[in-house]
Write a new protein. Sequence first.
Length: 119
Amino acid sequence: MSRSKLITSLLKQTAVYWANPQPDGFGGRSYDVAAEIDCRWEERQDIFVDSQGREVRSQAVVYVGQDLDMGGYLFLGELSDLTAEERADPLVCDSAFEIRSKESVPNLKTDIYVRKVWL
């Protein structure tokens, strides 16, 4: 099994991802349509540095197979677990968490990346 398949084979959970946060003109943000992604979700409290340079504690650490947007949101589960209102707006979903930091670490050949986000 190739290393890239090995890494993606460890992503056995499903999350709903709201990408591309953009100002909505009214002081809030709008997002792309929610989509399911593969992940490994670990509910743990890590101390990390957020985008404003503050040390904060995470709600969860999530490993994914693609780059995710800062300020995007993740929900552990499937689209079918959410109401239409929750699918349209992650801020309505009590169990959706904002991506507050992220990291992408390449292997020595720089052809495979392990991506991790803190919520």
